[in-house]
Design a protein around this ligand. Structure first.
Ligand SMILES: [Zn+2]
Length: 347
């Protein structure tokens, strides 16, 4: 979907400038939020709508096979088959399809135009196994989240090291750790990526919920997806500086887990979890399934399944690196050793 890398930055910049000018006339306010024409944006960005006979959904595709599916009044956008949470629902009125300006600039465009990010090589990855020590996290029978996150981290660490990354961990033992200690550790280590590992639980109706949720930092001006008591008026935090990269990383890790492990898609979401607020590098927060779901819990408690999860996370990180790493320097032929003729005299 990011084949825009082949398009020059200048050309895309021009396209976006034209799009902004064209759309300013179509601005609207819905529930106090600034909306803009999605149909107009699509036209200016060379997306064509696919007629599927449904009046309440809009499917857009472009020549690079990027596929965006919007549903009327829904705050979930499907990008190439993966659910991504929007801050505000898309709308359809007499003028056409409308999307909040914030979602367009903070979610849609960072994923469609990802290759325009300046390149940055990934050397060190910080893993953060959630909870530990006195804080057990979720508990189901004899299984505790703090142990499962540590086991997944150990598996992930080995696979990342095999792939050539340097790996550091906020904790490698069953120790109690404050949230600020975790982000401080990652920042001091100059980590290039931060990966938080957690598992979920829903005790009220265990059968009803299973699947993967991943979280990237909530953009300024938006409420978090689960809106746990914090709203849109939260000021910018350290994590917002790299929010575009964090969203891309989160999307690619999420996509890899859905495609390679077959988890139920509970959407790429936004949150202002303390660790996401305070880290100075792109970060993804993984809630890797529900320990309370009868079928999913069996998988989570199985080492072989966690190994597959780790492999999928590694693949997501490598996909992210491919899009954001600087190009490799051209390979030069190693100097040929000078031949000394067998009969010649050495100087
Ligand atoms: Zn947790």
């Amino acid at each position: 979907m990011w084949q825009f890398a082949r398009v020059s930055f200048f050309r895309v910049f021009l396209t976006l400038t034209v799009a902004w000018c064209a759309l300013s006339a179509d601005a609207a306010y819905i529930n106090g939020h600034s909306y803009t024409s999605l149909t107009g944006w699509a036209a200016n960005n060379r997306f064509a709508s696919v007629r599927d006979g449904r009046a309440d959904s809009l499917t857009l595709t472009n020549r690079y096979a990027t596929r965006l599916v919007f549903e009327k009044n829904s705050d979930t956008l499907v990008i190439n088959g993966i659910d991504v949470a929007l801050a505000y629902p898309v709308a359809l009125d007499k003028s056409g399809w409308l999307i909040s300006q914030l979602d367009l600039t903070k979610t849609v465009e960072p994923l469609v135009y990802a290759p325009l990010l300046p390149p940055k090589k990934i050397t060190t990855i910080c893993l953060d196994p959630g909870h530990g020590g006195k804080d057990t996290g979720k508990q189901v029978g004899s299984q505790t989240e703090k142990v499962l996150t540590l086991l997944l981290a150990a598996e992930l660490r080995g696979q990342l090291q095999q792939a050539g990354f340097r790996v550091v961990q906020t904790r490698t033992k069953d120790t109690t750790m404050e949230l600020t200690e975790r982000s401080n550790f990652a920042n001091k280590q100059n980590a290039d990526l931060f990966v938080c590992l957690h598992f979920n639980a829903f005790t009220r109706d265990p059968q009803s919920v299973q699947g993967l949720e991943t979280y990237a930092i909530t953009p300024v001006g938006a409420a978090s997806s689960n809106a746990q008591g914090e709203g849109a008026n939260h000021s910018a935090c350290v994590g917002n500086r790299l929010e575009r990269r964090s969203l891309l990383l989160t999307y690619l890790v999420h996509r890899s887990l859905i495609k390679n492990v077959g988890m139920t898609d509970r959407s790429v979401r936004r949150a202002r979890f303390a660790v996401l607020r305070d880290v100075e590098m792109p970060a993804v927060y993984i809630e890797g399934g529900y320990m309370t779901h009868p079928a999913e819990s069996k998988k989570i408690f199985d080492a072989g399944y966690r190994k597959r999860m780790a492999a999928a996370i590694v693949q997501g990180i490598i996909a992210y690196q491919k899009l954001t790493a600087p190009p490799e320097p051209p390979k030069t032929n190693p100097a040929k050793p000078k031949k000394v003729p067998a009969t010649g005299k050495k100087k």
